[in-house]
Design a protein around this ligand. Structure first.
Ligand SMILES: [Zn+2]
Length: 407
């Protein structure tokens, strides 16, 4: 039996072989979740007998999936062996697609990066050429990584918009035919492919190795070009029926006659997003306001990144004032979610969160102003600690769970 059989077994597999696969996956899950263990510890934690665990461990060692990592000192003098996952047994590929760039990372079996590239130049257009270019960039990255393609057991591609990750469909981008996008990309890169909503992947990255510690009910806010939320409910990612949960940004809350890119008007993200920050900033400059950027660049050429840099590097007053206004509105509408969900933790992530306290303080003040005090005093507001890496890290953790943690 090899790693590939663990992941992709025939439907007519015998019951005894299926049971063995499940036993192996549960040992792998234990070792990847909490690290090295002795056979006695594994027996205690899994309720399997010593002969069963010993047999499984020796098979996993033979297959290169597990290795002996050392001996443990015990009072009796006998030193039992300790076992851990072989980090090079397999790899995960995480890809995050932004409107103007791509981030790609390969993580080993212990979810540690062996290669990561951010801000790879790319323009996301809803065209077949743009999809082809995405696949070419992924292929080039894998070839350059020197990690054997056969050892990359899964790829997770994060896209914004409506994603049905169970069926592998993307409805907001690259929906050209009645065939799952995951299958189309898989045939181009020769790696088993899954799709995920970008905000949900960021949420899962932050949950597994970011700012989330022991909290089990968490709302992650991704405020970048648009705004969306990821929900962790009782320690699990919440998808909703078809995977479209978290579309906070398209809530109809403003009577502003501004058409959102989703086609509706007055959506929350027409006033609370990077797009809104850019529009308001340019309007203010055109009306005579002054910024550190005044005279350095033509107004029409200023983009969100310029404004965020002016705020973080130069404490640009105009940028800070508009960001404060956006933060205040965000806090007001987050209060609605906080009253409904009663989360332990709300995390602010995405590119606008890279401004740190300039976003956090107005959001916090506004949450305390508008939400029920008993509910808001019961929760914490924190900034993302993974920053721009959250999505790629989350994609790799989602792969781990899909491939090894499901029975
Ligand atoms: Zn909208």
């Amino acid at each position: 039996m090899s790693l590939s059989i663990l992941l992709d077994y025939p439907e007519d597999i015998s019951l005894s072989a299926l049971k063995l696969i499940k036993l192996k996956k549960s040992i792998i899950k234990r070792l990847t979740l909490t690290g090295e263990a002795t056979i006695a510890e594994l027996c205690k934690e899994t309720d399997f007998s010593i002969p069963t665990v010993t047999k499984i461990i020796s098979e996993l060692i033979e297959e290169g999936i597990v290795s002996e990592t050392g001996k443990v000192d015990t009072p009796g003098g006998r030193r039992p062996s300790q076992y851990g996952i072989n980090p090079n047994a397999c790899y995960y590929l995480g890809v995050e697609v932004h409107r103007n760039s791509i981030s790609i990372g390969i993580q080993d079996f212990n979810n540690q990066f062996v290669k990561l590239a951010e801000h790879i130049a790319y323009t996301l257009d809803n065209t077949k050429e743009s999809l082809q270019l995405l696949c070419s960039i992924i292929n080039r990255f894998v070839d350059d990584s020197k990690v054997p393609r056969s050892k990359i057991i899964g790829a997770c591609i994060n896209l914004s918009g409506r994603i049905n990750s169970r069926k592998g469909f993307s409805y907001s981008y690259f929906f050209f035919e009645e065939k799952p996008l995951s299958e189309i990309i898989e045939s181009q890169i020769n790696i088993k492919t899954f799709l995920e909503n970008d905000t949900r992947a960021m949420t899962y990255g932050e949950y597994n190795c970011g700012v989330v510690k022991s909290e089990k009910d968490v709302i992650f806010v991704n405020i970048g070009q648009g705004v969306g939320i990821g929900i962790i409910c009782n320690g699990k990612l919440y998808y909703g029926k078809s995977g479209y949960s978290g579309e906070f940004g398209h809530s109809p809350v403003f009577d502003n006659e501004i058409i959102c890119h989703c086609g509706k008007k007055g959506c929350l993200e027409t006033e609370i997003s990077g797009i809104a920050l850019e529009r308001k900033f340019k309007t203010a400059l055109n009306e005579g306001s002054i910024s550190i950027l005044s005279g350095k660049k033509a107004i029409e050429e200023i983009n969100v990144d310029d404004i965020l840099q002016a705020i973080t590097r130069n404490e640009d007053t105009l940028g800070i004032e508009i960001l404060e206004e956006i933060g205040g509105k965000l806090g007001r509408y987050l209060s609605l979610l906080i009253n409904i969900f009663n989360p332990e933790l709300v995390v602010l992530g995405g590119t606008l969160a890279e401004t740190g306290m300039y976003l956090r303080l107005p959001v916090k003040t506004s949450i305390h102003k508008y939400s029920l005090s008993l509910v808001s005093l019961d929760m914490e507001l924190k900034m993302s600690s993974l920053g721009s890496k959250a999505g790629v890290i989350g994609a790799c953790y989602i792969l781990r769970d899909k491939l090894f943690y499901s029975a």
